[in-house]
Design a protein around this ligand. Structure first.
Ligand code: SF4
Ligand code: SF4
Length: 315
């Protein structure tokens, strides 16, 4: 006789697809010692740079049940945001994810809709927590464990048929839902495109990132001014870097349609460093409101623009 909780998984997956998720999977919150060891090694080697928040709440990362009493199931949800905008050699670059609506808001809204559906299906007494980059959760580990994707050599989760341009979010719930989906095998094979094309050597070995050399970290996460070396490293990147995704074959053979909730902010497509340097607080807000760049702020965006201006003059 079929496990009724497996039927729930099928029903929930259907609703998630209707809401525009590219994939969802279900995991029991069992200990993940290998992932925790890998995480702790990254911190010990200072590969997280100045993202000191990553050094905290390690217990919750190891034990997600600390985030929700009586946690039974972690639902991993992925949503594709791929868009046809590609970088043009020698032109200032803004990462694809920053050209659209802030994923924190969009993914959270969609997970809330999924949660409302779950409550109707499983009962109003369901307790749940939604996380979208907001809690210490090993999101790639749980997504792998649920069988929806596999982390590639570029350290990003590859979702078959959707690629790596995906946002992740989780629903932690206190009801058990089983799915019996086995983890996926390695999806990279002998490919090394991402390692070969990273402009700064930030991928120090397959699946191992040194954030202190990564343009995404430097232009988005780093709060202080650049050192001369960091300033040169960002090249023509105004915000973020997609290089190790652009060359990934999994992004060239996608069949899952990207979610259309992510409105493309066309006014950012041809923005120049010169324009950024003239922005005031008020014009910055008007131009960037609703995008992830708004979170990073004008000060850091101008820092990036100054470095890109110098770097472009050298080419
Ligand atoms: S985002 Fe850019 S700098 Fe960072 S690892 Fe990928 S290619 Fe390298
Ligand atoms: S570019 Fe190649 S090696 Fe890198 S993540 Fe994609 S498939 Fe894996």
């Amino acid at each position: 006789m079929a496990d009724p909780t497996t039927n729930f998984a099928r029903t929930i997956r259907k609703e998630a697809a209707r809401l525009g998720f590219s994939a969802i999977g279900f995991s029991s919150p069992i200990p993940q010692p290998i992932a925790i060891e890998r995480y702790n090694t990254m911190i010990a080697e200072h590969r997280h740079g100045e993202m000191t928040y990553m050094e905290h709440r390690l217990d919750e990362r190891a034990m997600p049940s600390m985030l929700l009493p009586d946690l039974k199931t972690i639902i991993s949800a992925a949503i594709s945001y791929n868009n046809p905008v590609d970088t043009i050699a020698g032109q200032p670059v803004i990462s694809k994810y920053a050209l659209i609506d802030d994923y924190h808001t969009v993914v959270r809204e969609k997970l809330q809709q999924l949660l409302d559906y779950l409550k109707a299906l499983l009962g109003e007494d369901l307790n749940a927590t939604i996380t979208v980059d907001s809690s210490p959760v090993l999101e790639k580990t749980w997504a792998e464990h649920s069988g929806i994707g596999k982390t590639g050599k570029n350290t990003l989760l590859i979702i078959p048929s959707a690629g790596t341009y995906v946002f992740l979010g989780e629903l932690l719930i206190d009801k058990q839902i089983t799915d019996n989906k086995p983890p996926l095998p390695n999806l990279c094979g002998s490919c090394t495109n991402c390692l070969d094309s990273c402009p700064t050597g930030a991928l120090i070995e397959p699946g191992k990132l040194d954030a202190t050399r990564c343009i995404s970290y430097l232009t988005v996460e780093l709060k202080r001014e650049f050192t001369p070396e960091e300033s040169a490293m960002i090249g023509n990147h105004l915000f973020g870097c997609d290089q190790c995704q652009q060359v990934c074959p999994h992004n060239h053979q996608t069949t899952i349609t990207p979610n259309n909730s992510f409105t493309l902010h066309h006014n950012l497509l041809n923005i120049t460093p010169e324009t950024i340097l003239t922005l005031t607080k008020s014009t910055f807000r008007t131009l960037l409101q609703g995008t992830p760049i708004n979170r990073t702020g004008l000060k850091r965006l101008k820092r990036n623009a100054r470095a890109v201006t110098i770097n472009l003059k050298k080419t």
